[in-house]
Ligand binder design. Structure first.
Ligand SMILES: *Cc1c(COP(=O)(O)O)cnc(C)c1O
Length: 538
């Protein structure tokens, strides 16, 4: 008899014990709502959808352990209990690998030994990693809680920009990345610096769909040759920071290999430039490394995470990603590491960041988050590195891409960790649709109107093709993203989406061109501008 894992279907990994029913909405109702919301995906009422793939950010289901932790939330203004356990969970996750200390259990188990609490949690002093403890976090702050990822980006870039301007007001500053996320790009630009994307050269190479479980080309990598050439060309002084986004959301959610992380960190070290991770989805990235990088096959996911972060000087993170929690973000940097040294020439950079954190988001121990949210993040950090969870997560995303691909719909292969991306250029091949007709947007409008499914264009509309120079346009990919919330959807949801997308693909010549009717010049315009589909008179 076959064992459970030899059956031709995946073994169920969870049971849903809470249900939210979808409303029954007609196409006419959706059409009216679209018109009233200027055809903006972001403005359409979520309650009227069948499936929502707009974002995996904060939209995942929490586990029973996370829901239970809400009751331990401490809403004190200064030094709530959760602050300590979250900072310790950051150390567990990014520094301790197979040997987590799980200080959170002191709180969850109601520990009453005050000496123990003081020694092991509240007053424990340590230094030298991503999270200083006790007195050292006061003297040299290096851990910052904020409401979400972009707040961490704002905190970082708005603090270093004046330092750089002070240092040399006459040069331009560039921040290279394997693929800047839209808010990262906007935060860099808003602070007078230049974001640069150095995508992997193999990003659009064909990949056979039947090989997705067998190998992975790590298309999320940074082009290391380009990076070196870029630094040489602009001069070291012009590159204050190198960023690696793991996984690479903008490049179709593709993972970054540990080999690439090592190579980039070596280049960064040689030039003494701090290397930062945009660590959103680090857990999914680590799972890809385990699955496809031969050397790490026998490592646990948590050991891989530890190794990945041993090469970083710091990171910004959104706790809304990776299924971690519904809200939260943070910034962390290595105590007295390259970043600290590079930016503390005129006073401790940690103190400057803390001033801005308090000025903008709140006192350091809650950073704009509720005590309840802090507990769910802490528990979430342990939930999302569980291999059984990650295996099912990645499997479902892969199933979505595979089924679309089998129906002939051009998707970026292999599938990434959190989303499936349609290659819009290929989708409209042979039709009259041109890149500045925003066909990807037209597709999302039709998908919502006909089938109640929401997806998101990440292409010439979101990345502002019409406002960019030919050189800048090279950094724009033409994609529609289906981001998949974690622990929310099952195969039946995927099947409905595949059927709907396939139907639209087979009728692609009827998808409208789109024009921007309001706010074409707004920053991050895809969140707020108005659109108008142009239907051919039939
Ligand atoms: C979501 C995201 C961010 C920003 O985080 P928010 O919590 O949405 O502000 C930054 N980088 C990447 C790669 C992301 O996916």
């Amino acid at each position: 008899m076959k064992s459970m894992h030899e059956l031709s279907v995946p073994v169920p990994t969870k049971r849903s014990l809470v249900v939210r029913s979808n409303k029954e909405v007609s196409m006419k109702q959706r059409e009216y709502a679209l018109k009233e919301t200027e055809y903006s995906m972001f403005s359409f009422p979520a309650d009227m959808l069948v499936l929502d793939f707009l974002s995996d950010s904060g939209s995942s289901s929490m586990t029973d352990l996370q829901w239970a932790s809400l009751f331990h939330g401490d809403e004190s203004y200064g030094r709530n209990k959760g602050y300590y356990v979250l900072l310790d969970a950051i150390r567990d996750t990014f520094e301790r690998g197979n040997e987590p200390q799980k200080a959170i259990n002191l709180i969850l188990s109601g520990e009453t030994n005050v000496e123990k609490l003081m020694d092991e949690l509240y007053l424990k002093s340590h230094e030298g990693g991503f999270v200083n403890g006790g007195i050292h976090q006061l003297a040299r702050p290096n851990a910052f809680l904020v409401p979400q990822g972009r707040c961490a980006e704002h905190l970082l870039f708005s603090t270093i920009a004046p330092i750089l301007k002070d240092r040399n007001p006459d040069i331009e500053y560039y921040i290279p990345n394997n693929g800047h996320f839209d808010t990262t790009e906007a935060n860099i630009a808003a602070n007078g610096m230049h974001p640069v994307n150095l995508f992997s050269v193999n990003l659009f190479e064909d990949f056979p769909s039947d090989q997705m479980s067998a190998k992975n080309p790590f298309k999320g990598n940074m082009d290391s040759k380009e990076l070196e050439a870029f630094i040489e060309d602009k001069g070291v002084e012009s590159v204050p920071l190198i960023y690696l986004t793991i996984t690479n959301n903008t490049a179709a959610g593709q993972p970054v290999s540990l080999k690439n992380i090592k190579t980039i960190s070596e280049i960064a070290r040689n030039y003494e430039i701090p290397l930062f991770f945009d660590a959103c989805r680090f857990a999914e990235n680590a799972y890809f490394i385990k699955e496809f990088e031969e050397e790490y096959r026998n490592y646990s996911v948590v050991e891989i995470v530890k190794e990945m972060f041993s090469y970083a000087d710091g990171f910004t993170i959104s706790f809304k990603k990776d299924g971690l929690a519904n809200i939260g973000g943070g910034m962390f940097f290595r105590d007295q590491g390259t970043f600290y040294k590079k930016f503390s020439d005129n006073g401790n950079i940690g103190i400057k960041l803390k001033e801005k954190q308090i000025l903008t988001f709140g006192n350091d121990s809650y950073g704009g988050l509720s005590g309840r949210a802090i507990m769910t993040i802490t528990v979430g950090l342990y939930e999302i590195v569980k291999e059984q969870y990650l295996r099912e997560r990645i499997r479902l995303v892969r199933e979505f891409a595979l089924k679309l691909s089998k129906n002939g719909v051009p998707v970026v292969l292999p599938a990434g960790g959190h989303a499936v991306y349609i290659n819009v250029e290929k989708f409209f091949e042979g039709t009259e649709m041109k890149i500045d007709d925003f066909g990807g947007v037209g597709f999302t409008i039709e998908l919502l109107k006909h089938y109640g499914i929401r997806a998101c264009e990440l292409g010439p509309f979101a990345f502002e093709w019409d406002k960019k120079t030919p050189e800048q346009r090279k950094g724009i990919l033409n994609l529609v993203r289906f981001a998949i919330p974690r622990n929310v959807y099952e195969s039946s949801h995927i099947d409905y989406a595949v059927a709907a997308v396939t139907e639209l693909y087979n009728n692609r010549e009827r998808i409208p061109k789109v024009k921007i009717s309001r706010g074409a010049n707004l920053r991050l315009r895809h969140f707020q501008s108005g659109l108008e589909p142009i239907y051919n008179s039939q």
